[in-house]
Design a protein around this ligand. Structure first.
Ligand code: DX5
Ligand code: ZN
Length: 219
């Protein structure tokens, strides 16, 4: 079985001590950094943008897994590539020409991800699944950290895993929102490859140990 991945979300880090928190992730057993970009239009919140990503990229020593919660993401694909982003995930609900968007992301040398909201059916990925490197299954409504995990996610992961296997796709399944030590193992058992964890890591007393604990849960 392939190695399972933990991606701490910097949305829950201390922005006044961002370099410290980045170094913590660098030194930890975490695999990727998860960056949440919100525009106040697609989601009812604004997070951070290009100058902050540039600063993160200067210190981060692990892949930058970037989750765009923005309308019309095509406008910024080249910019994100130039900032050193490794994976770029767009929302299914924000992309009327998803195939074109995915090709544009890959043309810039990045892995192409598609995030789906909790109400969006896995069946809608039947056609594009071959073109997707990462499916980000939202296990909360996007826009905020610290929300409760939506239990229906387990069923969605199972359905997605079946679709990926049936279509011979190589897409990774990433779960985003409300991930903790209680649901991590079950998510992986259902087929998840990547777990994003924000609050559970950064609001804990010892984030390094919490990452280690999550890795052990899913090993
Ligand atoms: C939500 C973001 C998540 C968020 C996860 O819109 O996409 O990545 O940071 O945070 P937690 O783990 O606190 O739910
Ligand atoms: Zn996210």
């Amino acid at each position: 079985m392939s190695k399972k991945i933990i991606a701490p979300s910097l949305l829950a880090s201390d922005f006044a001590n961002l370099q410290r928190d980045i170094e913590m992730v660098n030194q930890s057993e975490a695999d990727w950094f998860h960056l949440d970009i919100m525009d106040g239009v697609f989601v009812p919140n604004i997070s951070f943008g290009m100058p902050v990503i540039k600063a993160i990229a200067e210190h981060a020593k692990k892949p930058l897994d970037t989750h765009l919660m923005i309308v019309d993401p095509d406008r910024y694909i080249k910019t994100f590539a130039s900032l050193g982003v490794h994976h770029l995930s767009v929302h299914y609900e924000a992309c009327p020409h998803l195939h074109r968007t995915l090709q544009a992301i890959k043309a810039e040398g990045m892995k192409a991800g598609v995030a789906i909201n909790p109400h969006t059916s896995i069946n809608l990925l039947e056609d594009p699944i071959q073109d997707i490197d990462i499916v980000v299954v939202m296990s909360v409504n996007p826009g905020f950290g610290g929300q409760s995990f939506i239990e229906n996610t387990f069923q969605k992961v199972q359905d997605l895993k079946n679709l990926i296997d049936r279509k011979n796709s190589k897409a990774l399944i990433e779960i985003d929102g409300g991930v903790n030590a209680t649901n991590a193992k079950k998510l992986v058992d259902f087929g998840a490859d990547v777990l994003v964890a924000g609050s559970f890591v950064f609001k804990s007393d010892n984030p390094t140990k919490t990452i280690k604990k999550l890795k052990e849960e899913i090993a």
